[in-house]
Structure formats: structure tokens, C-alpha cells
Design a protein around this ligand. Sequence first.
Ligand code: CP3
Length: 352
Amino acid sequence: MVVVVQNVPTALKTKARLLRVLDGEVLAEPPIWLMRQAGRYLPEYRALRTQAGSFLDLCYTPELATEVTLQPIRRFGFDAAILFSDILVIPHALGRDVRFVEGEGPRLDPIDPAEIAQLSIDAVLDRLAPVLETVAAVRRELAPDKALIGFCGAPWTVATYMIAGKGTPDQAPSRLMAARDPEALDRLIDVLVRASIIYLIAQLRAGADAVQIFDSWSRVLSPKAFERWSAGPIARIIAGVRAEIPDARFIGFPKGADRGLLSFVETTGVNAVGVDWTVPLKTVRDEIAGRVAIQGNLDPMVLVAGGAELDTAIDEILESMRGARLIFNLGHGIVPQTPIAHVEQLIARIRG
Ligand code: CP3
């Protein structure tokens, strides 16, 4: 067969493979990126991280954040870059105290209902201006065939950190607020929905090609609470952004949503849904893959282990999603102890 390349418009030739899958195409070789692909497993990240001082300084210095965003693209040639920032810049922009304690993770001052009533989104875009500058700089430097993914945390997950002040085993403090004072939680979620809408619109206008909404703590909710506090608010964010940018592309990641996945997809209107490794891909394929692209779902520990087990796990994912829209990823973020050689092995296996 002769392919007449001259007649293909440049935009089609260079359209990022991730965007082609988000827009409905099935690709024989799936696009690849990894959650937390910029991070401590990379020596070049650790070097810049030390230079920046604090983690938030790194997030708010466009020159450094741009460099860190591009590091994994240069090293591995992933199909997409993800903005280097954190989901907790939103509470920070709302005026809350946010610190990242070495070896312990994030720490915030736990918010109470009286403080929730005082929250205002007025300063959010001004305070996040450096992050938006990073988005624009990355898009300028990134090749046209690579996608840039922007992101925010889902209101539920961000709320759990604001209420507990940190990650706890099952985010009980927020579930207690949901049960005891649902009006207060409604107000907090509403502030986060409005802040996320303006933030994501700004990211898309600055050059993000798609945005991912991380709901890392959706699994701790009962099915009814999941609808109210996780899927519902994400649906409002997506509708709010699309009211301004009708073709905005969304990847939803309701970690551990499990039996709630189909209803999540229907309620929210995402273009793709991220699934973790506990979800049987065959079932996902039968029930959901006809409606949206599927992103996932290698266990990050299998990537740490490497070897023949890694190849087998990759092959199983590719096999169960053959003929469907797959974005190859992990089922959660890459961990710091991951050997670089195993990431190279993963890419070679998928592209080979
Ligand atoms: O490469 C990328 O994926 C982009 C950057 C990114 C970070 N955090 C950088 C980061 C993204 C998309 C996030 C999302 C995020 N942040 C989530 C959702 C995804 C998930 O992992 O569930 C959550 C819950 C957070 C909150 C957060 N930030 C935690 C719990 C931690 C501590 C855990 C850890 O790995 O240290 C962070 C810190 C953080 N965010 C780091 C990075 C690279 C490590 C900080 C450091 O370098 O010291």
C-alpha cells in the first residue's frame, strides 16, 4: 500500500498519539506516560529539587518546574508530559498553610467549619500564576507530537487533606465531617469546584492539551457518598470548564472506584478513565471501553521488581485491551525506588 504523506495536513501528521486516543482512535501501539513520571526516581530531578530548596518553591519557579516537567520526556520519550506541580497548590492558593515534610508527605492546618465559611477563591489565579507560566513554557518547548497534561485534584481528595491535615489510612476525619456536618463539607467542596474550574480553564488556555483530575481517595467512600462527594463535583468541574472550552479533554482517575467506574464515566463525561491494578481489565473493556479510553493499570511494584514478571504483566494489559482505546500507564504513581532500567524495559516492551 502506498501512503501519500504529502496530502496529510501537518496537524494530523503531528497530532500527539495521546490526543488521538482521547479523541476516539484505537492505536495498535498505545501512547505511554507514567503518573509521577517527574520525581525522585530520577537523579536529575533530585539534583534540581535540592537546588530549589522546598518542594513548593520548585512548583512555583517556572524555570525549574519547566525543566523538571521535561526531564522524563528527554530521558524516555514518553508520549505526554504532565505539568510539574501538586494537587495541594489549590488549598495553598486559598490561603491555607501547606508544607511538605521530608519523608512524611504533606502537612496542612486542619480546617474547621468556621474557617470553611471564610474561604474565598478571589486570589486563586493570581497565586497560581507561576504554575500557569510553567504550562505555557512547557508547551513552547515540547515537540508538537507530545501532549501536555495539566491537572488538579478532585474536590473530595483535596478536601480530605484540608480536613485531616495529611494523608491518613482511610481519611476518617473527612468521612466524619460528611456524616456529621454535610453542609460544611458541601461548602468546602463547592469552593474547590469553583477554584478548580477557573484553574483548569487557565491551564487549557495556557497550553495544556488535556487535563487529569486525580481522585486518589475515592475508594474510602460508600457508593452513595461516592456519587455525592466524588463523581458529582467532578461532573460539575467538567461541565463548568466545557461551558467555556467545549472540546476540553478530561482524564478522570477515581482510584479504587471499582464497581462505581461505569457510573463515574456516565456522570462525569470524561474522555478517559484511569484504573488501578486491582481492576480486572477484561471487565473494564467489556463494560466501559466502548465509551471512553482506558488508562492504566500496571502495579507500580511490578515495575520496581522488573524482570520476566514485568514483561508478562505488560503483555497481559496489552492483550486484554487489544482493539480498544488504551493509554498505557501505571495504576498509581511511580515510586522513588523504581530502577531507571525497568522504565526503559517497559517502554521497549510496549514499543517493540
Ligand atoms: O510527575 C507528575 O505526575 C506531576 C507532578 C505531581 C506531583 N504530585 C509531584 C509530587 C502530581 C500529578 C501530583 C499529584 C498528587 N499530589 C496526588 C494525586 C496522585 C496520587 O499520588 O495519589 C496527591 C494525593 C498529592 C499529594 C502529595 N504530594 C503527597 C501525598 C505527597 C507525598 C508523597 C511523596 O511521594 O512524597 C506529595 C509530594 C510530591 N508531589 C512529590 C512530587 C514529585 C515528592 C516531593 C519531593 O520531591 O520531595
